[in-house]
Design a protein around this ligand. Sequence first.
Ligand code: ZN
Length: 303
Amino acid sequence: MRWGDMRRSENVEDRGGMGGGFGGGMPLGGGMKIGGGTLILILILSLVFGINPLTFLGMGGPEVSAPPTQAEPAPSPSTSSPGTRAPAPTDQRKDFAARIVGDTEDVWGALFKSMGRGAYRPTTLTLYRGAVRSGCGTASSAAGPFYCPADQHVYLDTAFFDELSRRFGAPGDFAQAYVIAHEIGHHVQNQLGVMERFEREGQRLDERRRNALSIRLELQADCYAGVWGNFAQKRNLLETGDLEEGMRAAAAVGDDTIMKRTQGYVVPDAMNHGTAEQRTRWFRAGLQSGDPRTCDTFAPTNP
Ligand SMILES: [Zn+2]
């Protein structure tokens, strides 16, 4: 990807580690390793803080990740962008994320206008390490990147990109861009009123039906990520191999892929993000059309 040519968004904040954010002064600084025990404690605290599972909209369920490995210095994402100097690794990741967000702002800004939807109001990308307090409760990076509709922020621990590369087998800058564009897709859904309908209807449903509805929401976010990718492609910002990287990432975060890897078998009723086949299919649909109207994953005949 030629992400160095994209406009850097102003709407990025870096919260670093949580420090003594858990009241009791639990050390969770960005430079510290979090052991498995601490991770469990974080998850328990998350429950205590009252997270409504519906309010966390991430790449995959909290079950997707083992204890985070955020303490290691992050390796640089591969890039062949011309004309960009090489800053420190973490700065480069911040720069990468800010430019992807900036580009989604430009694309969705134009799309909202052409759809007669008024102005696109950008989300804020909050970068953190280890754990973060959001409007949807406290989350650890083990939950993966997520969008919180309540405060309209996307939360990302860029250590997830290492996970994506190493544990999910999906390296590459376009794979990472897909992850960000998917979360931005949730923000688009929020502004289009899709999210509100989902939350309202979801509360009335049993878990199985709610999961089925969640899959439609997630696949639409994948399709929206593809719509952004279409515009990146049109402006020659993609390079050979990028599309494959994106497809590999969409397949890697498929519920069936994750379930097979983590528990060895697939439980269809427990899926809430979609299978690898569904996720790649909808991501591709958006990539090919560049038109959000083709992303109607809620149609009765879909997904
Ligand atoms: Zn999602």
